[in-house]
Design a protein around this ligand. Structure first.
Ligand code: SF4
Length: 320
């Protein structure tokens, strides 16, 4: 499946995800990545799936006119690695202009002029800037060998200057790596240059599957960082427990088991996350999780926010 949700996003409300990249292809291998370790670390853009399959899935969901705050390009890797992204954006804007489009990106490919042009029609871009120095960039984002923070910032600045939509910058905080005051001050200088509407301070909400030692930042340290970023506008991303779908699309309930598998293949999720995303009662979710457990494919990990379920090493095609 290339289209997933609607899911309750911590940042975007009710969001329909579009995933154009195979798991787990990315230009970075961030230590905190919720999708697992990058298996293909690349900066080469290409088409990963037939465009007609993606369009078919988009049509089959949007024809039902679901309530959505955003259609969001995100998923199993870096969305801009897909050479189809421009075409899919144009298609949605042409046939479903009532929906807003958001793009979550690591911003590493924005030096590509052609790509920047493809992305201009989106309504909101949320690029990640997790480091203010090359050293920390390597440590937290583990980039493909040809990438540098300097080039990332140049590309992002060029895009922000051309773009007429909204820009929010995400800064993902990992204690012990990018949370000291001097690094935050450097990230602030980059944010000044880009001039986003706001900066979202994010931290781990679910287990990082390939780095169990990574912990989340506490609220006090995030609040202290907000003071460093001042007067830039900041926002601390809250737990997804607070989000609920504003409207449930019954279309998804006919494929409940597949949808649950698809969701937890992409990101570890609690029973509450699954229930909220798919408009189910917790008791129903538990019933389906038991089926997966009985099949021997369900894994879990206990974290502060609860028990997170996942299925290991599945790629997008496996979830069909
Ligand atoms: S850029 Fe996103 S998908 Fe890629 S490794 Fe980092 S967090 Fe994961």
């Amino acid at each position: 499946m290339h289209v997933f949700g609607p899911v309750p996003s911590r940042r975007l409300g009710t969001s329909l995800g579009v995933d154009l990249v195979k798991h787990k292809i990315c230009s970075l291998n961030c230590v905190y990545c919720e999708c697992g370790a990058t298996t293909d670390l690349t900066i080469d853009r290409k088409s990963f799936f037939p465009l007609s399959d993606i369009i078919f899935e988009i049509d089959s969901i949007l024809v039902g006119k679901p309530y959505l705050d955003y259609i969001t390009f995100s998923g199993s890797g870096e969305p801009t690695l897909s050479s189809d992204i421009g075409e899919v954006i144009r298609y949605i804007k042409k046939y479903y202009p009532q929906y807003k489009i958001a793009l979550l990106t690591n911003a590493t490919l924005l030096n590509d002029i052609a790509l920047r042009k493809e992305l201009l029609p989106v309504d909101l871009i949320i690029p990640s800037v997790d480091a203010g120095s090359e050293e920390v960039f390597k440590k937290i984002n583990c980039p493909q060998v040809n990438l540098s923070l300097g080039e990332l910032v140049n590309g992002l600045k060029a895009f922000a200057d051309e773009f007429e939509g909204h820009v929010w910058i995400e800064v993902f905080i990992v204690p012990g790596i990018n949370d000291d005051d001097s690094e935050i001050e450097k990230i602030k200088q980059i944010c000044h240059l880009i001039n986003p509407e706001k900066i979202q301070l994010n931290t781990l909400d679910r287990p990082a599957p390939h780095n169990p030692t990574i912990t989340s930042a506490n609220i006090e340290s995030l609040m202290a960082m907000e003071k460093i970023f001042y007067p830039l506008k900041t926002e601390i991303i809250k737990s997804s427990n607070n989000n609920v779908l504003k409207q449930t699309n019954s279309k998804f309930t006919s494929h409940i088991l597949l949808n649950i598998m698809d969701m937890i293949c992409r990101r570890p999720s609690t029973t509450q996350d699954i229930a909220s995303a798919l408009g189910l009662r917790m008791v129903e979710v538990n019933k389906y999780l038991k089926q997966l457990k009985d099949k021997g494919i369900l894994l879990f990990k206990d974290e502060a926010r609860g028990r997170f379920y996942y299925i290991e090493n599945k790629n997008s095609e496996d979830t069909r």
